[in-house]
Design a protein. Sequence first.
Length: 120
Amino acid sequence: MPRAKSGPPGARRHKKLLEKAKGYRGARKNTYRSALRAVIKGLQHAYRGRKQKKRDYRGLWIVRIGAAARAHGLSYSAFMHGLKLANVDLNRKVLADLAVHQPDAFKELVETARGAEAKP
C-alpha cells in the first residue's frame, strides 16, 4: 500500500500558517519551517503582551496622577491616602483621566484629600 502524504489537507494547513506569517521578513514569510517558528514565537509575545498591557497602563495612570498631585503640592501616596480617608472610591484610570482632561475637578479632589488627611 502506498504511503499517504496528506496532500490537500497538509497544503491547507501550510497555507493557513503562511497566512499568519504574512508581513514577516525574509524566509520567515514563505518557508513553512521558518514561518512555523516565527508564528509560534509571535503568538507567545502576543499572549504575554496582553498581560503586560494592563501593568503598563496602571503605571502610566500612576505617573499621571502623581505629576498632577505634585503640581498641587501633594505627593502621590499622600493624595491616595487622603482620598481613602475621605471615602472617595475612584480608580486610578478615572483619576488619571480627570488629571489630564479636567484639572479643575482634580484640584477639588486634591483639596478633599488634603482636608481628610488633616483630620485626626
